[in-house]
Ligand binder design. Sequence first.
Ligand code: PAF
Length: 284
Amino acid sequence: MPHAPIIARTLSSLHRARTELGKRNATVGLVPTMGALHDGHVSLVRLAKRRAKKVVVSIFVNPTQFAAHEDLGSYPRTWKEDIAKLAAEGVDLVWNPDAKTMYPEGFATRVAPEGPALAGLEDRFRPHFFGGVATVVAKLFTQVRPDMAFFGEKDFQQLKVVTRMARDLDLGVRIVGGAIIRERDGLAMASRNVYLSPEERRIAPVLFRTLKMTSKRLQAGDDFKIALADGVTAIKEAGFAEVDYLEARHAETLAPISTMDDGPVRLLVAAKLGTTRLIDNVKG
Ligand code: PAF
């Protein structure tokens, strides 16, 4: 019977618990999260449990990755349910600092990722985002000192950014990507899906259907520009208010590509349904 994880809220309690976990050279895997856990997070925890002896999950809604107009205040917070899920998975330690612990008075350092962080995808629409993510993830790594860290492929550009950062800064953490977990109708699981009205929730799977259809067309030899433009039209016609991007990129470098020969291809999309911004991606 798995028991409740240790919960650390101060750096000193984290360090004590981390020292215990690392005894007898046990490997430690970290799953960084902002809480509001869904099956996508649970699958990352399970992946971490398979790869590492001990598993730490961080829950911290990171203010530095939200712009002033975004949903920091209303971001879903489901602490009790989160802990119940993590206990059921046999997680060893939950790191749950508050904002003052992460960003104490006078905090004045920010990691400024380049390369994949400037690929012209999420960064075009959320210019503050990857600086905030890189800063908090670098802090989580130095605080928890994991051997491995697990990030979902749903945030594909984020996965590339943290992988690059871990290498560039010699952080000694191996980054492992976990597959996207989808609802039965194909919608990629995301904490923000709870914002969707019933009508929007019905429309939302169009994003994944369009990605699959576009991928099929590219594989069949269709012109990239035409297939992508048709995809944008299909998403808009389904009721999405705006399509920020639907693009074919190199799956490793995120460089723009226009033929299958330039691949491996990743198709990435971001679009707004009502006021909710959804992202998704598939292999091209
Ligand atoms: O993907 C997320 O939930 C967040 O961006 C992360 C990696 C936990 C950093 O706050």
